[in-house]
Design a protein around this ligand. Structure first.
Ligand SMILES: Cc1cc2nc3c(=O)[nH]c(=O)nc-3n(C[C@H](O)[C@H](O)[C@H](O)COP(=O)(O)O)c2cc1C
Length: 322
């Protein structure tokens, strides 16, 4: 059962957060429709997908769409990435005018196109630069600034506690840490001991990320590491009910069908009829991953070309199950 968070669990400087489980920023997944769904089910705040400062300075439409949000999502964090101090500062100032509650810098992306250029986890190789960026951002913005890190570039250069202290010393209001190095990408287990080290190194709130797969894991990570809250990424795809503290098996088909309909309709509204349906398919595949033992149903749902067809298939299956 979802605990009753009548009081803030932590503050991001002056922004109260009423809850301890938060949808992770995920490129290609944590868009406004999915964020809204997770928020309604109990995710305590929203992070956008990461957005490149270079794309934003080029004023690209795709980047701007990633920053659209619904007031119901607040507290809302814009997550940006980049390596150029000047560009980061310029973009952050512009973004502040769009009214996010928090601005977050991504220092965790491992993909070589990002980290190889010194952005994302590439910044972890330049801790002094992180200090300069945060000093500048926190001195020039009224909005709280936060950072999301990994444990370091590789095993030999793990510097999570040092980077955490640098962030705090330079005005960061919260740190989220994914318990893997850049070189690990997603291999192995997230190191929860290292997450505990980050928590112990600073006074500001810390969110732990990595391998929270079930509602029980939320409590387990909190107890093991002492973090203020946990982020849930991959396990929320196909099971946003994890924020309502429900395991996949506890969700009835009727509830799944209702949520799929709502998610699809939010997608159609947000992206338009064609793109909305196409982008919904990857979610649909995960919603039905362990329910639809029926191969034909899966195929029909994942290949239908019209939203109405999708509705019909869900409805027929619902009647067959009744
Ligand atoms: C598809 C995908 C996209 C991601 N995109 C982002 C991103 O845009 N920003 C970010 O900080 N982390 C991103 N991450 C990392 C997650 O936020 C999270 O730290 C990581 O997946 C570990 O948590 P999990 O085990 O709960 O998935 C992404 C992860 C995945 C799987």
């Amino acid at each position: 059962m979802l605990p009753n968070f009548a009081r803030p669990v932590f503050y991001v400087r002056n922004v109260p957060v009423y809850g301890d489980a938060i949808l992770s920023p995920m490129d290609g997944f944590s868009d406004m429709p999915f964020r809204l769904i997770c928020r309604e089910l109990g995710s305590a705040m929203s992070y956008t997908e990461f957005v490149s400062v270079d794309e934003l300075l080029g004023n690209m439409k795709r980047a701007a769409r990633k920053l659209q949000f619904d007031p119901a999502e607040r507290p809302l964090t814009f997550q940006i990435y980049g390596h150029d101090e000047e560009r980061l500062a310029q973009v952050a100032q512009r973004l502040e005018r769009m009214g996010p509650d928090i601005i977050d810098l991504n220092m965790g992306c491992w993909v070589s196109g990002v980290s190889g250029r010194g952005a994302g986890a590439g910044l972890l190789r330049a801790p002094e630069k992180i200090g300069r960026i945060f000093a500048r951002l926190t001195q020039t913005l009224a909005t709280p600034v936060t950072g999301k890190i990994r444990l370091g570039w590789d095993d030999a250069t793990r510097n999570h506690a040092t980077v955490a202290r640098i962030l705090e010393d330079n005005g960061a209001s919260l740190i989220a840490v994914h318990g893997r190095t850049k070189m690990q990408a997603y291999k192995g287990q997230a190191d929860w001991d290292a997450i505990a080290e980050v928590k112990a190194a600073v006074q500001i709130p810390v969110l732990g990320s990595g391998d929270v797969k079930t509602p029980a894991d939320i409590e387990r990570m909190k107890q093991y590491t002492g973090v203020d809250g946990v982020m849930i990424g991959r396990a929320a795809i196909g099971n946003p009910w994890i924020f309502a503290r429900k395991d996949r098996e506890q969700v009835a088909w009727a509830d799944k069908a209702a949520l799929m309909r709502r998610h699809l309709s939010l997608n159609l509204e947000f992206y338009g009829p064609q793109l909305g349906l196409v982008l919904f398919r990857k979610h649909a595949a995960r919603y039905i991953a362990d329910t639809a033992e029926d191969r034909d149903l899966r195929l029909a749902l994942l290949t239908c070309e019209q939203a109405e067809q999708f509705e019909e298939i869900v409805e027929r299956h619902e009647m067959a199950m009744a």
